[in-house]
Design a protein around this ligand. Structure first.
Ligand code: PGA
Length: 251
């Protein structure tokens, strides 16, 4: 079933002080909305315990920004999907463009991580998106479809209910440039077509948009029929902005 989701990706930002201020403010702001929106916070993993404690009794879920492609073992510095589940996470982000670009994550690696995430009972939030160069050369759809196929090929339709796709054009991330709601809608439609081609229930899966989503553009994006919510970076670090975006998610 398609769910409306707004997820916060804090990236490598914040401090204990920020956690203690931001999380209660978001918790109370989201509780006051009292709508069917699913809200997820993905802080740096080291703060998961504190974030969960501050969210106790709240409907807001927590997630990790990355997991290892292995189950366990001598992989210094890595975190397994099973550990994220133990720590109370329900979601794991995978294939974010920063991971693909800065840590050389390939489609194959992303597929391995998706498998570990699903084995651990978590939901995978799989990011796809083209670079500016790829968009300008007319290859945006081809690139996004290749990433989807690489990450999700062979997935069963049952597993697909545990997968959320996040379309994040790389040129829109942290730049203040957003895809127009029309361009984003067109890509979301293409994503659903590709999911169906892969044998997955593309029309029943949630597909989020990410990339410079702010309070002033969220409503237009979320109003599009194939955009089921957002993955929010910079604006998720300000309670007021994040709550305003969550509010836009219901209209
Ligand atoms: P942004 O980041 O909202 O700061 O553009 C989104 C993301 O990278 O998930």
């Amino acid at each position: 079933m398609r769910r409306k989701i707004v997820a916060a990706n804090w990236k490598m930002n914040g401090s204990l002080e920020l956690v203690q201020k931001l999380v209660p403010a978001v918790r109370d702001g989201v509780a006051a909305l009292d709508n069917g929106l699913e809200v997820v916070i993905m802080p740096p993993s080291i703060y998961l315990g504190q974030v969960r404690e501050l969210l106790s009794g709240s409907s807001i879920a927590v997630g990790v920004q990355n997991v290892a492609q292995w189950q366990s073992g001598a992989y210094t510095g890595e975190i397994a999907a099973g550990m994220a589940a133990d720590a109370g996470c329900q979601y794991a982000l995978v294939g974010h463009s920063e991971r693909r670009q800065l840590f050389d994550e390939t489609d194959e690696l992303v597929a391995g991580k998706v498998a570990r995430i699903l084995e651990s009972g978590l939901q995978a939030m799989v990011c796809v998106g083209e670079t500016l160069e790829e968009r300008e050369s007319g290859d945006a759809e081809t690139v996004v479809c290749r990433q989807l196929e690489g990450a999700l090929k062979g997935l069963s339709a049952g597993d697909a209910s545990k997968v959320i796709v996040a379309y994040e054009p790389v040129w829109a991330i942290g730049t203040g440039k957003t895809a127009t709601a029309e361009d984003a809608q067109a890509m979301h439609e293409a994503i659903r077509r590709k999911l169906v081609e892969l044998g997955l229930p593309g029309n029943a899966m949630s597909v989020l948009y990410g990339g410079s989503v702010k309070p002033d553009n969220a409503a237009a994006l979320f109003a599009k029929p194939d955009i089921d919510g957002g993955l929010i970076g910079g604006a998720s670090l300000k309670a007021e902005d994040f709550i305003a975006i969550c509010q836009a998610g219901i209209s």
